[in-house]
Design a binder for this molecule. Structure first.
Ligand code: FAD
Ligand code: FES
Length: 323
């Protein structure tokens, strides 16, 4: 039976159990979010033993070299000694709230002072921690040149982090964030490639960051962005997006609402269905999918079946902790 040594205790893994599930079953207080390798909030370090390849997927080279791993997707066959990643090794940083305002009744725009040396690419995500130390992933919508980190946080009723961020946090407060992570961002090198972006709700945050980065890097291929919501208020940046489309020849914006009756200028129906109905061949396209996992996961398969190469499909499903 595989054993885990953690903070001077030994724990035995049950068959098919992840390291995270084993610790939680034993009542150990450890941090986690999505439990599926997507948010990196459970990240720890192996101090004796080797990480499985799967448990390091999505981590950057520096983290891999330091034996960081994701316990929620680690199913080891050999004994491991593991440790938390603390502030002392640079995993979390303190920063200050510069601005706290609402983009819609449900979506908060939070601007945090960008810590010195904070190196990220728009579209990556960071973990924001509430005062109890619970962390959740939020995508970065700002640009590298800006002195702040911009997050769009939808208020989930009773949400431990989004609820606190929307209702308790205020300008001037100090908060903890993690280093940036994730690989859903713009990569230069193929400036004429057409880009298809599909997002639901605050899935617009990473897409907005990626779009502005692509335009800043003079992307010349067409960029088509479909933003969907179940209600009109959920299209929380419709005027901003329209203004970018008006002044940018190669950018096209499609706000979609999943209702039969919609205001003028809004498309009726689901964003992913419209995007795929508008074009049936995605050979040569690069695709970005962000937001609700029930949109992102099936659309990834559909865009692949429509001809997009797997290496050209970037996605961030917003998997929640409880899910
Ligand atoms: C890579 C990544 C990037 C993300 N980026 C963003 C972002 O830019 N903006 C953003 O707003 N969110 C984003 N999320 C989602 C975010 O991390 C949290 O899951 C979300 O804010 C809920 O956390 P919470 O602590 O407020 O709620 P929790 O305390 O975790 O949940 C409270 C209750 O609400 C339910 N719940 C949780 N999430 C949802 C949901 N989406 N819809 C309905 N019910 C829900 C739970 O099941 C639970 O019952 C991202 C997630 C990932 C994995
Ligand atoms: S990556 Fe492990 S909990 Fe999200």
């Amino acid at each position: 039976m595989t054993k885990i040594r953690f903070e001077n205790h030994h724990y035995s893994l049950k068959s098919g159990e992840s390291v995270l599930d084993c610790l939680l079953r034993e009542g150990v207080a450890v941090e986690y979010g999505c439990k599926s390798g997507g948010c990196q909030s459970c990240k720890m370090q192996i101090t004796d033993g080797s990480p499985t390849a799967q448990s390091q997927s999505g981590l950057d080279d520096a983290a891999k070299a330091q034996n960081h791993f994701l316990p929620c997707i680690c199913f080891p066959e050999q004994d491991l000694e593991i440790a938390r990643l603390g502030k002392e090794n640079g995993n979390t940083l303190e920063t200050k709230v510069l601005a706290h305002d609402m983009l819609s009744p449900e979506v908060l725009r939070l601007r945090l002072q960008r810590p010195d040396t904070y190196d990220y690419i728009p579209g990556q995500f960071l973990n924001l921690y509430n005062p109890d130390g619970v962390g959740r992933a939020y995508s970065i919508a700002s640009q590298k040149e800006e002195p702040f980190l911009e997050l769009h946080i939808r208020h989930v009723p009773n949400g431990k982090v989004s609820g606190w961020a929307n209702t308790c946090l205020k300008t001037g407060d100090r908060v903890s964030i993690s280093q940036p992570a994730g690989d859903c961002f713009y990569t230069p090198g193929n400036p004429k490639q057409p880009l298809l972006m599909i997002g639901t709700g605050t899935g617009l945050a990473p897409l907005y960051g990626i779009l502005k980065d692509a335009l800043h890097q003079n992307h010349q291929g067409e960029i088509h962005l479909y933003h969907g919501s179940s209600v009109v208020d959920g299209l929380y940046m419709v005027e901003v997006m329209r203004a970018i489309a008006e002044k940018t020849d190669n950018f096209f914006y499609y706000p979609c609402v999943g209702q039969d009756s919609v205001p003028k200028g809004i498309f009726s129906g689901r964003e992913n269905q419209k995007a795929l109905a508008d074009r049936d061949d995605l050979s040569g396209w690069r695709v970005y999918l962000c937001g609700h996992e029930e949109m992102v996961i099936p659309t990834k398969e559909k865009t692949f079946l429509a001809g997009a190469s797997l290496k050209d499909i970037y996605s961030d499903p917003f998997v929640s902790a409880a899910a």
